[in-house]
Design a protein around this ligand. Structure first.
Ligand SMILES: [Zn+2]
Length: 308
Protein backbone atom coordinates (compact mmCIF):
# COMPACT_ATOMS: atom_id res chain seq x y z
CA UNK A 1 0.00 0.00 0.00
CA UNK A 2 1.35 3.43 -0.94
CA UNK A 3 1.91 6.20 1.58
CA UNK A 4 -0.41 9.20 1.34
CA UNK A 5 0.30 12.44 3.20
CA UNK A 6 2.92 13.09 5.90
CA UNK A 7 5.01 14.82 3.26
CA UNK A 8 6.96 17.11 5.60
CA UNK A 9 7.84 14.25 7.98
CA UNK A 10 8.96 12.01 5.13
CA UNK A 11 11.09 14.70 3.52
CA UNK A 12 12.73 15.61 6.81
CA UNK A 13 13.60 11.96 7.54
CA UNK A 14 14.98 11.45 4.02
CA UNK A 15 17.12 14.55 4.31
CA UNK A 16 18.48 13.58 7.71
CA UNK A 17 19.25 10.13 6.35
CA UNK A 18 21.10 11.53 3.32
CA UNK A 19 23.14 13.75 5.61
CA UNK A 20 23.83 10.82 7.94
CA UNK A 21 22.05 12.61 10.79
CA UNK A 22 19.17 10.18 11.30
CA UNK A 23 18.93 9.05 14.93
CA UNK A 24 19.26 5.28 15.45
CA UNK A 25 16.06 5.18 17.53
CA UNK A 26 12.92 6.93 16.31
CA UNK A 27 9.52 7.18 17.93
CA UNK A 28 6.66 7.75 15.50
CA UNK A 29 3.77 9.06 17.57
CA UNK A 30 0.30 10.14 16.51
CA UNK A 31 -3.37 9.08 16.28
CA UNK A 32 -4.15 5.49 15.24
CA UNK A 33 -4.85 4.49 11.65
CA UNK A 34 -3.22 7.46 9.90
CA UNK A 35 -0.36 5.59 8.17
CA UNK A 36 2.53 5.90 10.63
CA UNK A 37 3.57 2.31 10.07
CA UNK A 38 3.48 2.77 6.28
CA UNK A 39 5.91 5.67 6.68
CA UNK A 40 8.09 3.45 8.89
CA UNK A 41 8.15 0.81 6.13
CA UNK A 42 9.15 3.55 3.72
CA UNK A 43 12.10 4.42 5.98
CA UNK A 44 13.17 0.75 5.93
CA UNK A 45 13.03 0.90 2.12
CA UNK A 46 15.04 4.11 2.15
CA UNK A 47 17.80 2.31 4.05
CA UNK A 48 17.99 -0.87 1.95
CA UNK A 49 17.04 0.51 -1.50
CA UNK A 50 19.48 -0.04 -4.35
CA UNK A 51 17.50 2.03 -6.86
CA UNK A 52 18.46 5.45 -8.19
CA UNK A 53 15.97 7.42 -6.07
CA UNK A 54 15.57 5.70 -2.70
CA UNK A 55 13.08 4.57 -1.66
CA UNK A 56 12.22 3.61 -5.26
CA UNK A 57 9.71 0.91 -4.27
CA UNK A 58 10.68 -1.01 -7.43
CA UNK A 59 14.09 -2.58 -6.75
CA UNK A 60 14.44 -6.07 -5.33
CA UNK A 61 15.31 -4.98 -1.75
CA UNK A 62 12.37 -2.52 -1.72
CA UNK A 63 10.03 -5.28 -2.84
CA UNK A 64 11.33 -7.68 -0.22
CA UNK A 65 10.73 -5.08 2.52
CA UNK A 66 7.10 -4.86 1.37
CA UNK A 67 6.89 -8.68 1.38
CA UNK A 68 8.50 -8.70 4.84
CA UNK A 69 11.21 -11.03 3.60
CA UNK A 70 14.28 -8.80 3.65
CA UNK A 71 16.90 -10.38 5.95
CA UNK A 72 18.02 -7.04 7.42
CA UNK A 73 14.55 -5.70 8.21
CA UNK A 74 12.63 -7.11 11.16
CA UNK A 75 8.96 -6.45 11.87
CA UNK A 76 7.36 -6.72 15.29
CA UNK A 77 3.97 -5.85 16.69
CA UNK A 78 1.13 -6.95 18.89
CA UNK A 79 0.54 -10.70 18.37
CA UNK A 80 -3.09 -11.50 17.43
CA UNK A 81 -5.27 -11.92 20.51
CA UNK A 82 -2.53 -10.64 22.84
CA UNK A 83 -2.62 -7.50 24.95
CA UNK A 84 1.05 -6.77 25.00
CA UNK A 85 4.31 -7.24 23.17
CA UNK A 86 6.28 -9.40 25.53
CA UNK A 87 9.86 -9.53 26.68
CA UNK A 88 10.63 -12.51 24.40
CA UNK A 89 9.97 -10.37 21.33
CA UNK A 90 12.18 -7.62 22.76
CA UNK A 91 15.03 -10.10 23.37
CA UNK A 92 14.61 -11.49 19.87
CA UNK A 93 14.88 -7.98 18.39
CA UNK A 94 17.94 -7.31 20.53
CA UNK A 95 19.64 -10.44 19.17
CA UNK A 96 18.68 -9.47 15.62
CA UNK A 97 20.34 -6.06 15.98
CA UNK A 98 23.48 -7.69 17.38
CA UNK A 99 23.95 -9.83 14.26
CA UNK A 100 25.88 -8.46 11.33
CA UNK A 101 23.67 -7.29 8.47
CA UNK A 102 23.38 -9.66 5.52
CA UNK A 103 22.92 -7.36 2.52
CA UNK A 104 22.25 -3.78 3.54
CA UNK A 105 24.75 -1.54 5.30
CA UNK A 106 22.36 -1.20 8.21
CA UNK A 107 19.64 -3.16 10.00
CA UNK A 108 16.13 -1.88 10.50
CA UNK A 109 13.67 -2.84 13.24
CA UNK A 110 10.05 -1.72 12.99
CA UNK A 111 7.87 -2.12 16.09
CA UNK A 112 4.20 -1.43 15.44
CA UNK A 113 1.78 -0.78 18.33
CA UNK A 114 4.81 0.01 20.49
CA UNK A 115 2.47 1.48 23.11
CA UNK A 116 1.72 -2.17 23.97
CA UNK A 117 5.33 -3.11 24.78
CA UNK A 118 5.29 -4.60 28.27
CA UNK A 119 7.39 -2.89 30.92
CA UNK A 120 9.83 -5.83 30.88
CA UNK A 121 10.04 -5.62 27.08
CA UNK A 122 10.75 -1.90 27.25
CA UNK A 123 13.46 -2.43 29.83
CA UNK A 124 14.98 -5.20 27.71
CA UNK A 125 15.22 -2.77 24.79
CA UNK A 126 16.75 0.14 26.69
CA UNK A 127 20.37 -0.60 25.98
CA UNK A 128 19.71 -1.40 22.32
CA UNK A 129 17.83 1.87 21.92
CA UNK A 130 20.59 3.83 23.56
CA UNK A 131 23.42 2.39 21.58
CA UNK A 132 22.75 -0.35 19.04
CA UNK A 133 25.74 -2.71 18.81
CA UNK A 134 25.98 -2.47 15.02
CA UNK A 135 24.58 0.01 12.57
CA UNK A 136 20.81 -0.03 13.01
CA UNK A 137 17.69 2.06 12.85
CA UNK A 138 14.96 1.14 15.31
CA UNK A 139 11.52 2.67 14.81
CA UNK A 140 8.86 2.50 17.50
CA UNK A 141 5.42 3.27 16.09
CA UNK A 142 2.93 4.21 18.80
CA UNK A 143 -0.64 5.52 18.91
CA UNK A 144 0.19 7.27 22.14
CA UNK A 145 3.61 7.53 23.69
CA UNK A 146 2.14 7.94 27.19
CA UNK A 147 2.44 4.26 28.09
CA UNK A 148 6.12 4.14 27.15
CA UNK A 149 8.65 4.52 29.93
CA UNK A 150 10.32 7.95 30.13
CA UNK A 151 13.64 6.12 29.76
CA UNK A 152 12.46 4.69 26.42
CA UNK A 153 11.07 8.00 25.21
CA UNK A 154 14.22 9.90 26.08
CA UNK A 155 16.33 7.49 24.03
CA UNK A 156 14.26 8.02 20.87
CA UNK A 157 13.96 10.94 18.54
CA UNK A 158 10.25 11.69 18.61
CA UNK A 159 8.50 12.38 15.33
CA UNK A 160 4.93 13.62 15.65
CA UNK A 161 2.34 12.61 13.05
CA UNK A 162 -0.82 14.60 12.41
CA UNK A 163 -4.15 13.27 11.04
CA UNK A 164 -4.53 13.36 7.26
CA UNK A 165 -6.12 16.36 5.59
CA UNK A 166 -9.57 15.94 4.06
CA UNK A 167 -8.27 15.50 0.45
CA UNK A 168 -5.58 13.05 1.64
CA UNK A 169 -8.18 11.03 3.55
CA UNK A 170 -10.41 10.98 0.46
CA UNK A 171 -7.45 9.73 -1.60
CA UNK A 172 -6.74 6.84 0.79
CA UNK A 173 -10.40 5.90 1.00
CA UNK A 174 -10.48 5.67 -2.80
CA UNK A 175 -7.33 3.50 -2.66
CA UNK A 176 -9.11 1.30 -0.13
CA UNK A 177 -12.01 0.81 -2.53
CA UNK A 178 -14.70 2.87 -0.78
CA UNK A 179 -17.21 4.39 -3.18
CA UNK A 180 -18.10 8.08 -2.98
CA UNK A 181 -21.25 7.53 -0.90
CA UNK A 182 -19.40 5.38 1.66
CA UNK A 183 -16.52 7.84 1.82
CA UNK A 184 -18.90 10.75 2.34
CA UNK A 185 -20.68 8.93 5.18
CA UNK A 186 -17.55 8.01 7.11
CA UNK A 187 -15.26 10.99 6.41
CA UNK A 188 -16.81 13.33 9.04
CA UNK A 189 -16.49 10.56 11.68
CA UNK A 190 -12.90 9.67 10.77
CA UNK A 191 -10.87 12.59 12.14
CA UNK A 192 -8.35 12.22 9.32
CA UNK A 193 -7.69 8.54 10.06
CA UNK A 194 -8.30 5.97 7.30
CA UNK A 195 -8.10 3.19 9.92
CA UNK A 196 -10.93 4.80 11.82
CA UNK A 197 -12.84 5.36 8.57
CA UNK A 198 -12.73 1.62 7.87
CA UNK A 199 -13.93 0.77 11.38
CA UNK A 200 -16.77 3.27 11.00
CA UNK A 201 -17.74 1.83 7.61
CA UNK A 202 -17.92 -1.65 9.14
CA UNK A 203 -20.12 -0.36 11.95
CA UNK A 204 -22.38 1.44 9.47
CA UNK A 205 -22.67 -1.58 7.20
CA UNK A 206 -23.43 -4.01 9.98
CA UNK A 207 -26.38 -1.93 11.20
CA UNK A 208 -24.57 -1.48 14.50
CA UNK A 209 -25.32 2.21 14.61
CA UNK A 210 -29.08 1.59 14.71
CA UNK A 211 -28.66 -1.11 17.35
CA UNK A 212 -26.50 1.19 19.47
CA UNK A 213 -29.07 4.00 19.21
CA UNK A 214 -31.87 1.63 20.21
CA UNK A 215 -29.96 0.22 23.14
CA UNK A 216 -29.19 3.72 24.50
CA UNK A 217 -32.85 4.64 24.15
CA UNK A 218 -33.74 1.40 25.99
CA UNK A 219 -31.65 2.45 28.98
CA UNK A 220 -34.36 4.93 29.95
CA UNK A 221 -36.74 2.19 31.17
CA UNK A 222 -34.74 1.76 34.37
CA UNK A 223 -34.44 -2.03 34.06
CA UNK A 224 -31.19 -3.82 34.82
CA UNK A 225 -31.80 -6.07 31.85
CA UNK A 226 -31.69 -3.06 29.47
CA UNK A 227 -28.35 -2.02 30.98
CA UNK A 228 -26.98 -5.52 30.43
CA UNK A 229 -28.21 -5.46 26.83
CA UNK A 230 -26.50 -2.13 26.29
CA UNK A 231 -23.26 -3.38 27.87
CA UNK A 232 -23.45 -6.36 25.52
CA UNK A 233 -23.96 -4.15 22.47
CA UNK A 234 -20.60 -2.50 23.16
CA UNK A 235 -18.84 -5.53 21.71
CA UNK A 236 -16.55 -8.32 22.81
CA UNK A 237 -13.11 -6.75 22.62
CA UNK A 238 -11.47 -3.56 23.81
CA UNK A 239 -11.05 -2.35 20.22
CA UNK A 240 -14.73 -2.94 19.45
CA UNK A 241 -15.81 -1.24 22.63
CA UNK A 242 -13.53 1.76 22.02
CA UNK A 243 -14.92 2.16 18.48
CA UNK A 244 -18.53 1.90 19.66
CA UNK A 245 -18.11 4.30 22.57
CA UNK A 246 -16.55 6.75 20.19
CA UNK A 247 -19.30 6.28 17.64
CA UNK A 248 -21.94 6.74 20.29
CA UNK A 249 -20.23 9.98 21.29
CA UNK A 250 -20.32 11.12 17.66
CA UNK A 251 -24.03 10.27 17.41
CA UNK A 252 -24.86 12.19 20.60
CA UNK A 253 -22.80 15.16 19.48
CA UNK A 254 -24.48 15.30 16.08
CA UNK A 255 -27.91 15.05 17.78
CA UNK A 256 -26.86 17.89 20.05
CA UNK A 257 -25.78 20.05 17.12
CA UNK A 258 -28.99 19.26 15.28
CA UNK A 259 -31.18 20.19 18.26
CA UNK A 260 -29.42 23.57 18.45
CA UNK A 261 -30.00 24.17 14.73
CA UNK A 262 -33.66 23.04 14.94
CA UNK A 263 -34.33 25.17 17.99
CA UNK A 264 -35.34 22.07 20.01
CA UNK A 265 -32.45 22.52 22.41
CA UNK A 266 -34.28 22.68 25.73
CA UNK A 267 -31.85 22.74 28.61
CA UNK A 268 -33.01 19.50 30.17
CA UNK A 269 -32.38 17.43 27.02
CA UNK A 270 -29.10 19.20 26.30
CA UNK A 271 -27.96 18.70 29.89
CA UNK A 272 -28.77 15.00 29.70
CA UNK A 273 -26.80 14.55 26.47
CA UNK A 274 -23.82 16.45 27.85
CA UNK A 275 -23.82 14.20 30.95
CA UNK A 276 -24.03 11.14 28.71
CA UNK A 277 -21.08 12.43 26.68
CA UNK A 278 -19.08 12.87 29.87
CA UNK A 279 -19.78 9.26 30.91
CA UNK A 280 -18.72 8.02 27.46
CA UNK A 281 -15.51 10.07 27.56
CA UNK A 282 -14.67 8.69 31.01
CA UNK A 283 -15.29 5.14 29.84
CA UNK A 284 -13.01 5.62 26.85
CA UNK A 285 -10.29 6.95 29.09
CA UNK A 286 -10.60 4.00 31.49
CA UNK A 287 -10.53 1.58 28.57
CA UNK A 288 -7.18 2.97 27.44
CA UNK A 289 -5.55 2.00 30.74
CA UNK A 290 -3.36 -1.05 30.89
CA UNK A 291 -5.42 -4.26 31.29
CA UNK A 292 -8.86 -2.77 31.93
CA UNK A 293 -11.67 -5.08 33.11
CA UNK A 294 -13.70 -4.57 29.95
CA UNK A 295 -16.95 -6.41 30.84
CA UNK A 296 -17.15 -4.65 34.21
CA UNK A 297 -16.43 -1.29 32.63
CA UNK A 298 -19.16 -1.88 30.00
CA UNK A 299 -21.71 -2.69 32.68
CA UNK A 300 -20.71 0.22 34.92
CA UNK A 301 -20.96 2.58 31.94
CA UNK A 302 -24.42 1.25 31.09
CA UNK A 303 -25.63 1.74 34.68
CA UNK A 304 -24.25 5.28 34.80
CA UNK A 305 -25.97 6.14 31.50
CA UNK A 306 -29.22 4.59 32.75
CA UNK A 307 -29.21 6.85 35.82
CA UNK A 308 -28.86 10.07 33.82
ZN1 LIG B 1 14.34 0.58 -4.07
Amino acid sequence: MRVVGHQAVRESIAQRYREDRLAHALLFAGPPGIGKFLVAIDVARLVVCTGKKPPCGECDPCRRVAARSHPDVRFAGLPPGKKEIGVDTARDLKRFVQLKSVEAHCKVVLIDDAQHLSIAAQNALLKTLEEPPGKAVIILVADGAGSLLPTVRSRCQRIAFAPLSHPELAEVLRDLGLDDAEAEAVAPLSHGSPGRALAMRDLLQSGDIDRLRDSVAGLGDGRYRSALEFADSLGRSEQEMAARLELLGEILQSELRRSVLDGTDDTEVVGRKVRQLTVLAEARQLLRRRNPNRPLLAEATALKLARI
